[in-house]
Design a binder for this molecule. Structure first.
Ligand code: OAD
Length: 262
């Protein structure tokens, strides 16, 4: 992250400082430094022989419910042991610095909440929530379910219980999606952090913000599909870039306040 020139960081902080409504879209990269593999890296080790579609789709759940259940219990253990990293904490701090911040995540962990971010919009659901695949009744996970080699049955209809996440081929839950669209339509400045920008419809959001005249900051150690839309690209891991950027926003705010008070 040492390679981001100071003036570029300052330009980015100035864009944020000028904005009234900021939207931040995060992806798997923001949790990578907490030890959660990104989606495209997740198929390592134990589960490497399966492609994501073979584990995270309604077809996979119908054909191999036990395999899918065990994979989700393994991932649940992973996210439960994870702790927020400096990137998550910087975004929680940002909420206290800008007039309006909407945090939208594609991540199914709850590390933004653990860092103290309020009102996080989860576009792809949450790994720590469960519901019936058939009747959608919420389900409270029991300790024995974690060790089971098949999904529990819904107490209401007998259907299979599944994680409350979005699978390949499924639509996004309408309420978070509508909330995300509304925030993006109203924002002056959007951040896209740790997302490859290849999974739609979430990847559409930064483009929509640009088309409506907002500025776009992209934070990622690698080039992404969103770079052509970026006003400023900050190349580096979010655990280093976000604290540096938010510190600059905070410094600008406190300079403005001390001028105001003089
Ligand atoms: P991806 O796995 O597609 O992309 C992760 C991004 O994080 C890549 O662009 C990496 O370069 C970047 N990255 C890696 N380490 C990073 C770090 N330390 N700091 C910042 N960025 C880093 O993840 P998403 O874009 O989130 O959907 O993928 C979107 C969706 O694809 C997921 O939510 C999942 C999957 O299909 C569902 O589960 C519905």
């Amino acid at each position: 992250m040492g390679h981001i020139p100071s003036e570029v960081l300052e330009q980015a902080a100035a864009l944020v400082d000028q904005a009234d409504r900021v939207v931040c879209l995060t992806g798997a990269g923001v949790s990578a430094e907490s030890g959660i593999p990104t989606f495209r890296d997740a198929q390592r080790g134990l589960w490497s022989r399966y492609r994501p579609e073979e584990l995270a789709s309604p077809e996979a759940f119908d054909a191999h419910p036990g395999r899918v259940w065990r994979w989700y219990m393994w991932r649940l253990g992973l996210v439960e042991r994870a702790r927020p990293n400096p990137g998550h904490r910087a975004l929680a701090q940002l909420a206290r610095l800008v007039p309006h911040l909407t945090l939208i995540t594609q991540n199914v962990d709850s590390l933004h909440e653990a860092a103290g971010s309020p009102d996080v919009i989860h576009l792809h659901g949450r790994l720590d929530r469960f519901r019936c695949h058939d009747c959608e009744q919420p389900y409270a996970l029991r300790p024995q379910d974690r060790e089971a080699d098949r999904p529990p049955s819904c107490p209401r209809c007998g259907g299979r219980v599944r994680p409350d996440v979005v699978w390949f081929g499924e639509p996004l839950p309408p309420r978070p999606w509508q909330a995300a669209l509304a925030a993006v339509a109203a924002c002056d400045c959007m951040w896209a952090v740790g997302t490859s920008g290849v999974v739609y419809p979430a990847a559409q959001l930064p483009q929509m913000a640009r088309e409506r005249g907002a500025r776009l900051l992209v934070v990622n150690p690698e080039p992404t599909e969103l770079d052509p839309w970026a006003t400023i690209t900050l190349s580096g891991p979010s655990g280093a870039v976000l604290p540096a950027l938010v510190a600059r926003v905070a410094a600008r705010r406190s300079r403005a306040e001390s001028r105001g008070g003089a």
